[in-house]
Design a protein around this ligand. Sequence first.
Ligand code: ADP
Length: 487
Amino acid sequence: MSLKVLSVASEAAPLVKTGGLADVAGALPAALAAQGVGVTTLLPGYPSVLAKLGPKPGRAVHKWDALLGTPARLLAGTLGGYPLLVLDARALFNREGGPYADASGRDWDDNWRRFATFARAAADIAGGAVKGRSFDLVHAHDWQSGLVPAYLRFAPQAGGRTVPSVFTIHNMAFQGYYDAEVFAQLGLPASTWTVDGVESYGGVGFLKAGMQLADAITTVSPTYAGEIRSVEFGMGLEGLVLARSNRVHGILNGIDTAEWNPATDPHLAARFAAGKLAARRKNKRAIEQTFGLTRDDGPLFIVVSRLTWQKGMDVLAEVIDHLVGTGGRLALLGTGDAELEQRFLAAAARHPGRVGVRIGYDEALAHGLQGGGDAILIPSRFEPCGLTQLYGLAYGCVPLVSRTGGLADTVIDANPAALAAGVATGIQINAVNPAALASGISRAAQLYHQPGAWKRLQTNGMKADFSWRASGAAYAALYRQLIEEQG
Ligand code: ADP
């Protein structure tokens, strides 16, 4: 049976991206096409998305006079060759800045309205509001789409179908939590103001609503699916995870092998494959040049990350002197907390030629770093899946990771047994603190100077399969099960 699924996401690569959600939403259509599932993606009409629809996006395929009070229309386009729908609600989405925050990084005050309206539109579309487009299931991602299951279940449009829903948590830390007073403007029945509905700790919880009301909850790695049952990782929603545990699935993200393939990557100075690692040297030279690093034969560590507490970047800042002391160099690309940015810039000033820092978001440079760095540092305090370690593995840039979430599920630590068996792909640290990270860095530096062992780490990672094949099949099986259940 060929299924039709509406995937509802607030970002999707390559049109708009702030993190891993975009990579996943951008890759799902192709991953699921291989499983006989047709995915249409719904995105908000940010300026960057509207611009890429071209100068003449064509006639609207649907119009709302007042979608939760805002005039809106639906435009059609394509995302990587697959069907795309864009909610063009100018008052809400057509503004300069990021998808969730203004240019200074401050969240938009009306985010609750922006994404409630987006979810309302998604529920209408999934219910059959748009002529000629029907769907068997809706797959909503993260808090921005959390109200979709609520609208579908409790406020379907007149005559609309109710289709099953899957809700994927890409990060439990972002919950879309708002004051109780916004509830009256969501267009939901008063009966949903309860702990079994959208209420959460006295306010409205968008993520919580998705988790409470979707027919299935998925998160992006098996280990994180287990971790969010605990107080440490559940961020206040662990009770709900436990209550619905028979509906929670961990499905690992894959990588988009069209975008991230070292043999074809247009962003690299030199392309390469597992049997041709020497070509990586040219990419390393490019990094040295870009980051003002002196050339030598020690390991070149890289970072491509949001600069935040979650990512353990404060801990990395503590151990940079140690990293340099072991003969390592560091090239860091990231944006995030202003204080962390300053600390990294200060480290670069302290270690000229040894530490180079680029504050900013640069897709091409991210590829270049993976293609020429020796090891990528990912000391996250929690990591639902993580993609940068997967890109590292695919590009022969050995990941040094903390043992949590998807990092634990995808990197095989170079302990003596794994080295002897020839299966190791990276280095794991047991805790996120300066001592543990420093010792991981020392371990990496030692291994780096054993060229046979290091090359084995690189090639093991490059040969591992992190494509979407297995995970695409897992999502398709889940969709089919839910549709069958609903009969
Ligand atoms: P998260 O979504 O929590 O930020 P992931 O590892 O799942 O972490 O995904 C991060 C994605 O964002 C990867 O594709 C990574 O390459 C990209 N990325 C992060 N920071 C930057 C940056 N400063 N420049 C370019 N790409 C970045």
